[in-house]
Design a protein around this ligand. Structure first.
Ligand SMILES: [Cu+2]
Length: 144
C-alpha cells in the first residue's frame, strides 16, 4: 500500500514538475492583468410592485437607487397599466416625472403579465393605471 502510494506520488511528480504550479499561477496573473479574466458586471438591483384586485399598486411608494430594475406583476384578475406618460392622463397630478425623464407606458397588462422598467434618473416618478385613474390607482417611485 505504502509502496504503491509512493510510486503514484513519484509518477505524479514526474508528470507535474515542481515549477508547474508557480507557472500556472503566473499565467493566471498575466491573464488577469491583461483583462482576460475580468469578472462579469454584478446584476442590477431589482424591486417588485404588485397590481392588486383592490385597485392599487403595492407598495404604493417605492424607494430605490438609480439603475434599479422594477418589475410590476399583475397578480389580480383585472387589466391594469403602468403609465408614466402625462399625455395619457386625464386627471391633474396622475403623472410626475423628473426633469428631462422619458415617459413610459406598459400598455394593457392582463392578469399574470409583468412589465419591467429601469429607473436611471434620480427624482420622484408618479405613475397611474389607465383603467383605474378615476379611483386613484397611482404609484410613486422615488429614485435617490
Ligand atoms: Cu388598474
Amino acid at each position: 500500500m505504502n509502496i504503491r502510494n509512493t510510486a503514484e506520488t513519484l509518477r505524479l511528480r514526474r508528470r507535474w514538475p515542481r515549477y508547474a504550479a508557480p507557472l500556472v499561477a503566473l499565467a493566471l496573473l498575466l491573464a488577469a492583468w491583461r483583462g482576460d479574466l475580468s469578472l462579469p458586471a454584478p446584476p442590477p438591483p431589482t424591486a417588485t410592485v404588485t397590481m392588486t384586485n383592490m385597485l392599487d399598486f403595492a407598495p404604493d411608494t417605492l424607494y430605490i437607487e438609480p439603475g434599479t430594475e422594477v418589475t410590476w406583476e399583475n397578480t389580480s384578475l383585472l387589466v391594469h397599466t403602468v403609465t408614466a406618460d402625462p399625455e395619457e392622463a386625464s386627471v391633474e397630478g396622475s403623472v410626475v416625472l423628473p426633469e428631462g425623464a422619458e415617459p413610459f407606458d406598459s400598455g394593457k397588462m392582463d392578469p399574470e403579465e409583468t412589465f419591467t422598467h429601469v429607473f436611471n434618473e434620480p427624482g420622484t416618478w408618479r405613475y397611474f393605471c389607465i383603467p383605474h385613474e378615476g379611483t386613484k390607482m397611482v404609484g410613486t417611485v422615488i429614485v435617490e
